[in-house]
Design a protein around this ligand. Structure first.
Ligand code: THU
Length: 135
């Protein structure tokens, strides 16, 4: 699946976002090594700090299905008015599973998307050598 198609999957997923507080829906789509796509949405809570981003929902869903080999990540924000790169917490979680050259496509807030990579979004990746050793 190419970048455009993966972004479309992320956009479709965003329809399931639970975002009654921010009214800001986000969808993420992971291209898995086995050819499948796993999606996630942001899930908010009335205790605001408990909200979970779409990217982490998608990654936790993949791991829950026994899949960790992620080849690409797309992030769509149909309510975004400016570029929507992943937040710092999600960058850390993404870096647990994805090498630096993994492509990350994120909404540009204007009907298109920006192409980046895990390494560009999260340089100086602390403790990654240790994470790699633990399989
Ligand atoms: N959000 C995501 O799901 N992903 C991002 O990359 C940025 C922000 C969510 C968190 C919250 O539910 C809403 O968007 C507003 O910040």
């Amino acid at each position: 699946m190419n970048a455009e198609e993966l972004m479309k999957e992320a956009t479709k997923a965003a329809e399931n976002a639970y975002a009654p507080y921010s009214k800001f829906r986000v969808g993420a789509a992971l291209q898995m090594a086995d050819g499948t796509v796993i999606t996630g949405v942001n899930v908010e809570n009335r205790s605001f700090g408990l909200s979970n981003c779409a990217e982490r929902t998608a990654i936790f869903t993949a791991v829950n299905q026994g899949k960790k080999d992620i080849k690409g990540i797309a992030i769509a924000g149909p309510d975004a008015w400016e570029p929507l790169p992943p937040c710092g917490a999600c960058r850390q979680v993404i870096s647990e599973f994805c090498p630096a050259d993994t492509p990350v496509y994120y909404d540009n807030g204007n009907g298109g998307f920006i192409t980046s990579s895990v390494g560009e979004l999260y340089p100086a990746n602390s403790l990654m050598d240790m994470a790699e050793k633990k399989s």
